[in-house]
Design a binder for this molecule. Structure first.
Ligand code: KIV
Ligand code: ZN
Length: 526
């Protein structure tokens, strides 16, 4: 095994090309608490497009006005990728998707309907014959908007085979060019999924004229393995998300599928057009905008994915990196952490640094970030790339919020009850309140609640240090829920309490936005 193995897929055999269909903005965003604002979705879509993703599933237009607008705006700005919108098997859904996708250079409508016995009986309460008819009519209706139609049998892996073949055949005859087979509940195993795709490709008339696609959820931790098994059986599209974001345990992780194909081209002789050196950047962006932290030992993009702690491993690495490294950190865009600058560093060097870290900021944003960098340099001796990233991400995350942290003082210690005095800027007005609590965080959150009354529950409070050292910046993540809606938010500061206040206030801002959003219909898609 070698990192330099020549890739059989380099010959660019057209039959070995695997289409990368990213559903971070649709299936990923459906994950509780992972919602993104329109500007955040546009930022993610732009980077996915630049990275070489073939298809961006931008949302579920009928789900809400926000989803419709996101698909519509992404359709306007996407340069290379096909923009896709999801629709259930009804004319209203499909019309809404068709409308949202109008401005796209290239568009796809993805329509789906459950086909498994349990879904048909309990979720749809429909007879198989009616489901079959709905498959035909929905695909035909979608074809009125575009010749690029994808059909999915939801819960495909738990569908009875004869019925699945019949529906797939019907969808192909009605004009679907892509047939996606979802493992909606993450139930299958690689061998079984391989056999399922093989069976469909062999038995269904017309199967060789369409692209088969894999869509695997990670409930048993096999989403990527199952997806690759499907590709080995002849599927040529992988549906996946950045960081494996998605319902429950998530979807197949794009970065893992892409790097598995790249690194093990000897046994997975396929190719795609993803620029893998952008993976770390996109992963970080998605983590920031959703406030979903990346697990430390997450394959490819986790903090520890390329760290070698054990002495014996370090010794091997010093002699030859191939001893313990099957791919390089650079190949996925992870750069060596560098000591940046100190308080004497100038504006110009700071701007250069921002550019190397991948930030494209306007003059005002650079100026704000520079001011915060100077303040940080007064508090912290060594400033690393991670510090700059935390600082800029924090600035960007909170820039447009209605409620902002202005000032705070906390009295903490063994003597309790602890006390917090807090000033917030609420739509331009400064308000100050004081509160006690069982500990400083409780006091702080009570003071905020006194100014922004709410019934939300704090489900998760998590702190991690951005770098090493006792003067490191703290990054606090909170998850809150209110009336079945969940949001997550982050805040960063050298003072853990200030970071906590920022995260809490940011979550309340998100809940306010969610309260204002209208949901025309209750929806469910896996
Ligand atoms: O998991 C699933 O079944 C889905 C479909 C909508 C494709 O996400
Ligand atoms: Zn799904």
């Amino acid at each position: 095994m070698s990192k330099t193995t020549s890739n059989p897929a380099d010959e660019r055999d057209g039959n070995a090309r695997v289409i990368i269909f990213d559903t971070t903005l649709r299936d990923g965003e459906q994950s509780p608490g992972a919602s993104m604002t329109l500007p955040e979705k546009l930022q993610v879509a732009e980077l996915l497009d630049e990275m070489g993703v073939d298809i961006i599933e931008a949302g579920f237009p009928i789900a809400s006005n926000g989803d419709f607008e996101a698909v519509n705006e992404i359709a306007k700005v996407t340069k290379n990728a096909v923009v896709c919108g999801l629709a259930r098997a009804g004319t209203k859904d499909i019309d809404r998707a068709g409308e949202a996708l109008k401005p796209a250079k290239r568009s796809r409508i993805h329509t789906f309907l459950s086909t498994s016995p349990v879904h048909m009986k309990y979720k749809l309460q429909m007879e198989p014959e009616d489901v079959y008819e709905a498959v035909l009519s929905s695909v035909s209706h979608a074809r009125k908007y575009t010749d690029n139609v994808q059909w999915s049998p939801e819960d495909g892996t738990r569908t009875e085979h004869d019925f699945l073949c019949r529906c797939v055949e019907g969808a192909i005859r009605s004009g679907a060019g892509t047939i996606n087979i979802p493992d909606t509940v993450g139930y299958t195993v690689p061998e079984e999924y391989f056999d399922l795709i093989t069976m469909l490709k062999t038995r269904v008339p017309g199967a060789d004229e369409v692209v088969f696609s894999v869509h695997c959820h990670n409930d048993l931790g096999m989403a990527v393995a199952n997806s690759l098994a499907g590709v080995r059986a002849g599927a040529r599209q992988i549906e996946c998300t950045i960081n494996g974001l998605g319902e429950r345990a998530g979807n197949a992780a794009l970065e893992e599928a892409v790097m598995a194909i790249k690194t093990r081209s000897d046994v997975l002789p396929y190719w795609n057009d993803i620029d893998a050196t952008m993976l770390a950047r996109v992963s970080k962006l998605v983590s920031n905008v959703t406030s979903f932290p990346i697990q430390y030992n997450k394959a490819i993009v986790g903090k520890n994915a390329f760290a070698h702690e054990a002495g014996i491993h370090q010794d091997g690495m010093l002699k030859n990196t191939e001893t313990y490294e099957i791919m390089t950190p650079e190949s996925v865009g992870i750069k060596e952490t560098s000591l940046v600058m100190g308080k004497h560093s100038g504006r110009h060097a700071f701007k250069d640094k921002l550019e190397t870290l991948g930030y494209e900021l306007g003059d005002n944003a650079v100026e704000d970030a520079f001011r915060r960098f100077k303040a940080l340099a007064d508090q912290k001796k060594h400033i690393f790339d991670e510090d700059i990233e935390a600082l800029v991400d924090d600035e960007l995350a909170h820039a447009d919020e209605h409620i902002k942290v202005v000032a705070m003082t906390i009295i903490a210690g063994t003597g309790g009850p602890q006390k917090a005095t807090m000033t917030l800027d609420i739509d331009g007005q400064h308000v100050t309140k004081e509160a006690h609590g069982n500990g400083p965080v409780d006091a702080l959150f009570n003071a905020i609640a006194a100014m922004v009354p709410h019934k939300a529950r704090l489900d998760l409070y998590q702190v991690h240090a951005v770098t090493s050292g006792t003067d490191a910046q703290a990054e606090v993540s909170v998850r809150m829920s209110e009336e079945g809606k969940t949001v997550t938010a982050r805040g960063a500061d050298v003072d853990t309490m200030v970071a906590s206040a920022k995260a809490y206030v940011s979550a309340l801002n998100k809940l306010l936005v969610r309260r204002q959003k209208t949901k025309p219909e209750a929806l469910a898609a896996g």
